[in-house]
Design a protein around this ligand. Structure first.
Ligand code: HDD
Length: 720
């Protein structure tokens, strides 16, 4: 079954291309790398039974040497990631604005490999930390590889690549003691941030629940920078790229995320892998915001500034295709680890803008692959090689795979018939956009980049009250971990520039003084010889005060498929209430897991044997989307005496998850919330009790579609 699923994705040119490198040891002899069959893989060659090992043991030496060299340096940022294969299918031709071949024909499918990542944590850290998520897609187009190397947030911390090493040094574990792991909640990061007011907009995104996604399948992606589309006539149109997930954007709660980190640090990786294995293929629509060149200076922000987004109310997102991920990699290292992305991998029809962050990135990515993958031939690694033909005069270098024939490795040549030829533009040769530049060489920041706060305010204003509260909590947590009071105070000072209430609440939680007069922001990022007024941050009047797509909760997508529901059971669980709910949920595509006091099998009241998926020791409420308690007096009375079962329900309640129970919720009577909640409030708060075989599953499914019942958050103060 699984193999069939995997093969369903092989119908694409890149997967066929990878086929020649796939190796399967099934029914084969064990050999050395030189192909010599191995007779004994357990014992080293030694002088006598109890004597020393012999140096001549080439089999042992080869095995051990390879093992000693199995690791490569992890990515300096985005080291922990998960990848998958799939395709992009275009809805409509984009011919008017771009000549990019893969965007010309409706229905055209282009193979892709996508990799999602956290930024800060090491390769072995948890998936569910508060962080930006990388969202990188490699398109294997017929005109060469195109990489869209984006994030799940549309803005970035800094405006100029010159500051990137400082940003990353500050947010990574501190240099003296290498703590903390996978977290921005420490002094060096907030010291940097408090001196870098341009970070404010991105910090609002990072303190929102966008930074703790429920699933990699449930987050948006953004190209961040403004790029250019170029059409056949050479006309340029500015473009911003978006990925919109079919399942909508959903977050975890912070308390939940921290607990999942302990219980299942592979939470996102596993969710992506299982969704694909089970045929719930993740999908995103590719969207573009198109900005005619004439409109470059039309907005109150600079479209070259990567700390700004273009509100969708000003430039709507046009959906031009969909990406479906339908096949897991065969080998994590060969594919997900060795894939090398680069924003500079573009194809004719796509070009760069002068965004100073993007310009710096164009240098960094090849440079980093040289150290990470060990030399200049990383483009030959199967996952990186294009399906388009590639020929040039580059030769040699570590681990060269191609055997270039003939005499010539230079251009121009006559001995090789002048091959390979340069391609004219009409033959598909890449020609950079003819942008006129006539300028002095200077190091400065454009005046149009100096509004650091207005879009942070726009983002905050666009959130629901629940989302605002989570932002306050996140700032309070992050800054609460900062030891230097001055840093906390500086951050509160900066928050006053965004929203007074936000600043006040954070100040209160931190126990620092709330400045009566909003503090003048500190701007340390300017040249020493510039006049200070010149670089004073500005607040620019915004065209819109709030933007609907910026809130996750205002854009809820209701679905059940691939959500996981825990069934709390013990022996003598009642067959009917277990099976009818299970059937109803599975029909909707949900995954049901039987959770019981022990693992193994349990016996239903009807004498059936049911496999237990997890015990209270091996799982916890935080990894589920909803909980159901089937009926059966014996089963319920056993669970009533099990503190873990009661904690499971209390915690699910605290995290606002739907809870269903047969037989009027007898087990729930033992929870903290049951008697504190007026009975007529139950269903409004997502606790579904009353109902028969038909209505109970129906109501429970409707509750699951809502995902969470925010009306209970904090209100009942659950001690779980
Ligand atoms: Fe970067 C990796 C996304 C700014 C330098 N970056 C990397 C990855 C993603 C991004 C998704 C992981 C790719 C993968 O899965 O292998 N980076 C971004 C975005 C940025 C950004 C959306 C801002 C808009 N990055 C940025 C700057 C620089 C870099 C300003 C340096 C000037 N990024 C790198 C890097 C990495 C990288 C050091 C580390 C591993 C790699 O490239 O392959 O070169």
């Amino acid at each position: 079954m699984k193999d069939e699923k995997k093969k369903s994705g092989t119908n694409n040119d890149k997967l066929k291309d990878l086929e020649k490198n796939r190796k399967d040891g099934k029914d084969e002899f064990l050999t050395t790398n030189q192909g010599v069959k191995i007779n004994d893989n357990q014992n080293t060659l030694s002088a006598g039974e109890r004597g020393p090992s012999l140096l001549e043991d080439f089999i042992f030496r080869e095995k051990m040497t390879h093992f000693d060299h199995e690791r490569i340096p992890e990515r300096i940022v985005h080291p922990r990631g998960s990848g998958a294969h799939g395709y992009l299918e275009v809805y409509e031709s984009m011919r008017d604005v771009t000549k990019a071949g893969f965007l010309q024909d409706p229905g055209k499918k282009t193979p892709v490999f996508a990799r999602f990542s956290t930024v800060v944590g090491f390769r072995g850290s948890s998936d569910v930390v508060r962080d930006v998520r990388g969202f990188a897609v490699k398109f294997y187009t017929e005109e060469g590889n195109y990489d869209l190397v984006g994030n799940n947030m549309p803005v970035f911390f800094i405006q100029d690549a010159m500051k990137f090493p400082d940003l990353v040094h500050s947010i990574k574990p501190e240099q003296d003691n290498e703590m903390p792991q996978a977290s921005a909640a420490h002094d060096t990061f907030w010291d940097f941030a408090s001196l870098m007011p341009e970070s404010m907009h991105t910090l609002l995104w990072v303190t929102s629940d966008r930074a703790i996604p429920r699933s990699l399948r449930m987050m948006e992606g953004f190209g961040v920078h403004t790029f250019r589309f170029i059409n056949e006539e050479g006309k340029s149109t500015f473009v911003k790229f978006h990925w919109k997930p079919k399942l909508g954007v959903h977050g975890l709660l912070w308390d939940e995320a921290q607990k999942i980190s302990g219980k299942n640090p592979d939470f996102h990786r596993q969710d992506l892998w299982e969704a694909i294995e089970n045929g719930n293929y993740p999908e995103w629509e590719l969207g573009v915001q198109l900005i005619p060149e004439e409109d470059e200076h039309k907005y109150e922000f600079d479209i070259l500034d990567p700390t700004k987004l273009i509100p969708e109310e000003l430039v709507p997102v046009q959906l031009i295709g969909k990406m479906v991920l339908n096949r897991n990699p065969d080998n994590f290292f060969a594919e997900t680890e060795q894939v090398a992305f680069h924003p500079g991998h573009v194809v004719p029809g796509i070009d760069f803008s002068n965004d100073p962050l993007l310009q710096g990135r164009l240098f960094s990515y090849t440079d980093t692959q040289l150290i990470r993958l060990g030399g200049p031939n990383f483009h030959e690694i199967p996952i990186n090689r294009p399906i388009a033909k590639s020929h040039n005069n580059q030769r040699g270098g570590h681990m060269r795979q191609e055997i270039n024939v003939g005499k010539t490795n230079y251009h121009p040549n006559s001995l090789g018939g002048g091959c390979p030829f340069q391609a004219k533009m009409k033959e598909g040769g890449f020609v950079s956009h003819h942008e006129k530049i006539d300028a002095n060489k200077i190091r400065t920041r454009s005046q149009s980049f100096l509004d650091f706060f207005s879009q942070a305010t726009l983002f905050y204003n666009s959130q629901t009250e629940v989302e605002k509260k989570h932002i306050v909590d996140a700032f309070s947590f992050e800054l609460g971990k900062v030891k230097m009071v001055e840093i906390r105070e500086r951050m509160v000072g900066l928050l006053t520039q965004v929203d007074q209430d936000l600043a006040k609440q954070v100040a209160e939680n931190l126990g620092v003084e709330y400045p009566r007069e909003p503090e003048k922001p500190i701007n340390k990022g300017i040249p020493a010889d510039a006049g200070p007024e010149e670089f004073e941050p500005k607040h620019v009047e915004q065209t819109i005060k709030s933007s609907l797509p910026l809130s996750m909760l205002n854009n809820l997508v209701e679905f059940v498929a691939s959500r996981t529901v825990a069934f709390l059971c013990a022996d003598e669980v009642e067959d009917d209430s277990l099976n009818s709910m299970k059937k109803a949920l599975e029909k909707e595509g949900a995954t049901v897991k039987i959770v019981a006091p022990k693992t193994g099998m349990l016996k239903t009241s009807g004498g059936e044997n049911v496999k237990i998926d997890d015990s209270f020791l091996t799982t916890t409420s935080v990894v589920f989307d909803a909980v159901y308690v089937p009926g059966g007096d014996q089963s319920i009375s056993k669970l009533k005496n099990d503190g873990d079962a009661i904690h499971f329900l209390n915690e699910a309640y605290k995290h606002c998850k739907p809870i269903g129970a047969a037989e009027n919720g007898a087990l729930l009577e033992s929870t903290y919330f049951y008697n504190r909640l007026p009975k007529d409030q139950f269903s409004k708060k997502g606790v579904i009790l009353n109902g028969d075989k038909e209505s109970l599953p129906k109501d429970f499914i409707s509750a699951i579609k809502k995902h969470r019942f925010w009306n209970r958050e904090k209100a009942e103060n659950i001690p779980a």
